[in-house]
Design a protein. Structure first.
Length: 108
């Protein structure tokens, strides 16, 4: 990421091997002052984003977070991110768990 960029999107695939859906209600990262869960919404020919209260990983399924769909946002970045570094993200769930995942920084 170029210096001075204050936000970035996070794309990854989350897999749930459990028998119940997993509801992600928040995300935390040491490199960001703020974070958001985002939905991509389409209305006719227009595509936009809106903040989501939760994202759901289906039971025995996957949730793909991508540039053209739902994703995570890291805002108010505290430093520039380096290509190749791994960021630890803490996903908060509706049942009170905290799950840590790694995301590798890549060029868009």
């Amino acid at each position: 990421m170029p210096p001075g960029i204050g936000e970035t999107s996070v794309f990854l695939t989350l897999t749930n091997a459990g028998a119940q859906p997993l509801k992600i209600t928040g995300v935390r990262s040491a490199v960001a002052g703020r974070t958001m869960l985002m939905n991509t919404v389409k209305s006719g020919a227009m595509t936009g984003m809106k903040m989501a209260a939760a994202l759901v990983v289906p039971a025995r399924g996957q949730l793909v977070l991508s540039a053209t769909g739902d994703h995570l946002m890291l805002l108010d970045l505290k430093r520039s991110l380096k290509v190749g570094e791994t960021l630890n993200l803490r996903l908060l769930t509706s049942d009170g768990r905290s799950l840590t995942v790694g995301a590798t920084v890549r060029k868009p």
